[in-house]
Design a protein around this ligand. Structure first.
Ligand code: PLP
Length: 429
């Protein structure tokens, strides 16, 4: 017989599992169901159990040139045999970091930029936000500290990214509204509301507005008409820096090297990561406009210092791979290919939306697509069923599926992917 006391103290079972703590997951729901990838080839990956899966998301929007490209393996091998890494602190640098910065400066969506390197998108955002505050402090306007971002925004999970996230669950349980003080959220798509909100916050207090050109994790949302223009005007008229987060869109995802070109943006700071190496090695960074960097380069003992950098900033092997990767984008003509893929994806998804009542809306900008399902059909169930059929997609906010295959995919693969989505959605209708 169970005593009342033992019933009262019964505790839920603690699950065990692999030592690896799964990122961004409700752990009990994923334990025992992990999809463990063992190898990749082009647009496909294969699990340890031998299931070959079409990588319809390019991992986390990173594997643009496809998986296991021998040219990048070779570049890493050669560099590691020569010099794995040397830091870029103070007087030191390594030749690959210097060469990569020059090469990036030529293609950046800012003329004559300086390039700050880090290890990924989250630390690029941290540096960009710190630099924005530092800029206004140095300009004698220390009251300009607020970093404004958009609802549904995702800017990584370091301290600034967590604090400016427009996805509130990323701040859950941290003991405070925002890890970093003085941040504010504005409407993601309404230019008039945006203008009113900026007026309420007080433009004289705002250091920078941060925006993804196309919101990714927040649901694959291309900019609403007039919205990015409104942000640009507000920034220009109120001495507010414009930080464009091109972590997803940079390096060709929208058919131009950067989405800033596609949308006519003139940023002060641009963050990049993922596509700079197609994720072959962790690398990210920030392009800095001359009006921001020049004061730090003045020949005077009073010139301020920007405190940034990490052991792996400007990592020599990551830089060597990035240099080779930039060649590949040209050699394999991948940017023009993205333009073709955008048109194909738009046709395919429009047809899907017209055929399937379970599809509420489709959105395409560049080779980035979102399939929003009606509320009765859960996107995570569809994602699971697609894996069973051999296709990887990913549930995003707003009951949306992420569509962003590698640039090296074929037309037939894209068509087969959309057919598979059609089949699964039909079975859920
Ligand atoms: N910014 C954007 C727009 C992103 O989509 C991401 C990651 O998905 C990040 C920043 C963070 O990049 P990372 O995961 O490399 O830290």
């Amino acid at each position: 017989m169970t005593s009342p006391l033992s019933t009262a103290t019964a505790q839920p079972e603690i699950l065990t599992g692999p030592a690896l703590w799964p990122a961004q997951a409700h752990v009990p729901s994923v334990l025992g169901r992990q999809i463990v990838i063992d190898r990749g080839d082009g647009s496909f990956v294969t699990t340890v159990d031998g299931q070959r899966l079409y990588d319809g998301t390019a991992g986390l929007w990173h594997a643009n040139v496809g998986h296991a490209h021998p040219a990048l393996a070779q570049a890493a091998f050669e560099q590691m045999n020569r010099l794995e890494q040397y830091h870029v602190f103070a007087r030191f640098a390594n030749d690959k970091a210097l060469a990569l910065a020059e090469r990036l400066a030529d293609i950046a969506p800012i003329d004559d930029p300086k390039v700050i390197f880090g290890s990924g998108g989250s630390d690029a955002i941290d540096v960009a936000c710190k630099l924005a505050r530092r800029h206004w402090q140095r300009e004698g306007r220390p009251e300009k500290t607020i970093i404004v971002s958009r609802e549904h925004a995702y800017h990584g999970l370091h301290a600034f990214g967590t604090s400016i996230a427009g996805l509130p669950f990323n701040r859950e349980g941290l003991g405070t509204e925002s890890l970093v003080p003085e941040t504010a959220l504005v409407s993601a798509d309404d230019p008039e509301l945006l203008a009113r909100q900026i007026a309420e916050i007080g433009p004289e207090r705002i250091a920078a507005i941060v925006t993804e050109p196309i919101q990714g994790t927040g649901g694959m949302n291309p900019p609403a008409p007039g919205y990015l223009e409104a942000i640009s005007t507000i920034c220009r008229e109120n001495d507010i820096l414009l930080i464009v987060d091109e972590v997803i869109t940079g390096f060709g995802r929208t058919g131009t090297m950067f989405a800033s070109e596609r949308y006519g943006l003139e940023p002060d700071l641009v963050t990049f990561a993922k596509g700079v190496t197609s994720g072959y090695l962790p690398l990210g960074g920030v392009f800095v406009h001359p009006r921001i960097w020049q004061p730090f380069y003045v020949d005077s003992p009073d010139t301020p210092v920007l405190r940034f950098g990490s052991t792996y900033a400007g990592h020599a092997t990551a830089a060597a791979v990035a240099l080779r990767h930039l060649d590949l984008l040209d050699e394999e003509r991948l940017l023009p290919r993205v333009v073709e893929l955008e048109a194909l994806l738009r046709d395919e998804l429009d047809t899907l939306a017209a055929r399937r009542p379970g599809v509420a809306e489709v959105r395409v900008a560049g080779f980035l697509g979102g399939v929003q399902l009606v509320p009765e059909i859960a996107n995570d169930r569809v994602t699971d069923a697609l894996v069973d059929l051999g296709y990887i997609t990913r549930p995003l906010r707003g009951n949306t599926l992420q569509i962003s295959p590698p640039f090296v995919t074929s037309d037939d693969e894209v068509r087969a992917f959309v057919r598979a989505i059609d089949e699964v959605v039909a079975s859920e209708e």
